[in-house]
Design a protein. Structure first.
Length: 137
């Protein structure tokens, strides 16, 4: 047996994830996680979007981005609504995401997300906020 540290492309991250999922299935049989994206384009150019995964009955919103000139016009609200609707269609009853204190906590609060935890980083100068929203309401 050997134990190694591996970085980047050489690290077998997919195999490790698959091993954990196979172990979990022995206790809880569930469908495969379903990953999807909401894509925003302007004249063919990618200007934003969302990457998300429904895992069990939870929508994990992983990345939310809109190029700066397109912010403040309702597009963020629109793509979040689309992602949440797709999550519900796939069986999600709650959504979870994280944001940083210097990013968009106010935006998510307006959409009904509430804090469920936080941690500091970068020498305690920044905060990552974990947020949740009930999708059944």
């Amino acid at each position: 047996m050997t134990i190694e540290l591996q970085h980047g492309a050489e690290a077998p991250t997919d195999d490790i994830r698959a091993g954990l999922l196979n172990h979990n299935r022995k206790t809880v049989n569930r469908p495969e996680p379903h990953t999807f994206s909401i894509v925003v384009r302007d004249e063919g150019k990618l200007i934003g979007g969302i990457n998300a995964t429904v895992h069990w009955d939870v929508l994990f919103i992983e990345h939310v981005w809109l190029d700066e000139p397109y912010r403040g016009q309702g597009r963020g609200r629109e793509i979040m609504a689309l992602a949440q609707a797709e999550g519900v269609r796939l069986g999600a009853v709650k959504a979870i995401l994280d944001t940083n204190d210097w990013q968009a906590p106010g935006f998510y609060a307006k959409l009904g997300y509430t804090p469920m935890g936080a941690y500091t980083y970068d020498g305690d100068t920044k905060e990552c906020i974990l947020l949740v929203k009930d999708l059944t309401a």
